[in-house]
Design a protein around this ligand. Structure first.
Ligand SMILES: Nc1ncnc2c1ncn2[C@@H]1O[C@H](COP(=O)(O)OP(=O)(O)O)[C@@H](O)[C@H]1O
Ligand SMILES: [Mg+2]
Length: 328
């Protein structure tokens, strides 16, 4: 069976200035460096990793919002058409994006109802009356009241605004939603509501999510599969419950051990320092500068992402070695 979304060996390189002033050199920044993903209909793939590791760029690449430097994206078995082309525009209603900042994503001067209808207006998929009906439908689906149609963004709470953004994304009955840090800008008290809403919408409508977040706790709640990124590459990927219960890559282990939990203390693996400069990625395994288990081989040779056990893939030279076990 072909996947809903299949990305193969995606790369995106940016040319960036490395200093200040007009005569500075340019360097290549590999924002995404050989990422492959697969997402089935109605499922959620969580994409995690520290800020700057390439999550948002990956999200934009899979939607065709930016072209890859190399690699391919297939949606429903077909190659993603070039951004801006007629074929791409025809496909766009099937793919929507939800960003972190609902206020930034909305136009302050327009009633939210008009903005919710917008995708259908742009794609001309429905008559004006059908659009109104559909807007009322999606507003109900996300827990907004019909009278809020005429409200302006600033008249709503942060949680309600994110519901507006979601309603707008649902307008065209998408098969895939890329959610880029969809709850990070919300108060903790309403984060759970929006997470539950996303879960509920998936169950009722069968939408697939690429769920991007630096918050592992939330990713754990929503994801079927998880991919962990470090400096533009996937270092571990697998079934969510299993991955969180038994992370294998030292980077994933460090991220997981930093999740606050109740109950018995688990492994404590502290992440030292910040990720390296992405224009100057360390040779070999990019994580070696922060890895307590790094050897000479890790400093010299890039580990490939390879199957380990139970569908898990890990990019680590030392995965599975008894020496990597630390006392809980
Ligand atoms: N348009 C751009 N031009 C130059 N560099 C970029 C651009 N977009 C992203 N980057 C760089 O690519 C890397 C990955 O960025 P991003 O995908 O936004 O990471 P994340 O979403 O995980 O925080 C970062 O180092 C970022 O500075
Ligand atoms: Mg981001």
């Amino acid at each position: 069976m072909s996947a809903l979304l299949e990305a193969t060996d995606l790369r995106r390189v940016y040319q960036v200035r490395t200093g200040r002033g007009p005569f500075t050199a340019k360097a290549s920044l590999r924002a995404v460096d050989g990422v492959s993903l697969r997402l089935e209909a109605g499922r959620t793939l969580g994409l995690v990793g520290e800020s700057g590791c390439g999550k948002s760029t990956t999200g934009k690449l899979v939607l065709g919002l930016i072209p890859p430097t190399s690699g391919t994206v297939r949606f429903m078995g077909e190659e993603m058409p070039a951004a801006g082309s007629a074929d791409w525009r025809a496909l766009r209603p099937r793919l929507q994006m939800v960003y972190q900042d609902p206020l930034g994503a909305l136009d302050r001067r327009l009633p939210v109802g008009i903005q919710i209808m917008e995708p259908a207006t742009i794609h001309g998929t429905r008559s004006p009356i059908e659009r109104r009906e559909r807007a009322a439908e999606v507003m109900t689906a996300v827990g907004l009241q019909r009278h809020q149609f005429a409200r302006y963004p600033h008249e709503l709470s942060g949680g309600q605004r994110q519901r507006v953004v979601l309603a707008r994304a649902l307008m065209t009955e998408p098969d895939l939603l890329v959610c880029d840090e969809p709850i990070s800008a919300l108060d903790v008290s309403i984060q759970a509501q929006v997470v539950n809403l996303l879960l509920d919408l998936q169950e009722r409508l069968g939408i697939a999510y690429l769920f991007i977040s630096h918050d592992l706790k939330v990713v754990r709640q929503v994801s079927h599969e998880v991919a962990v990124m470090y400096l533009g590459r996937i270092v571990e990927q697998g079934e969510a419950e299993d991955l969180f219960a038994r992370p294998l890559h030292p980077y994933t282990r460090a991220l997981v051990s930093a999740i606050p939990v109740l109950g018995p203390r688990r492994e404590r693996l502290l992440l030292q320092g910040d990720p390296p400069n992405p224009v100057d990625v360390p040779p070999g395994c990019a994580f070696h500068t922060r890895c307590p288990f790094a050897t000479t081989a890790c400093r010299a040779e890039l580990p490939a992402l390879r199957p380990v056990v139970g569908g898990r893939q890990v990019a680590c030279h030392r995965v599975g070695e008894p020496a990597l076990q630390v006392a809980a």
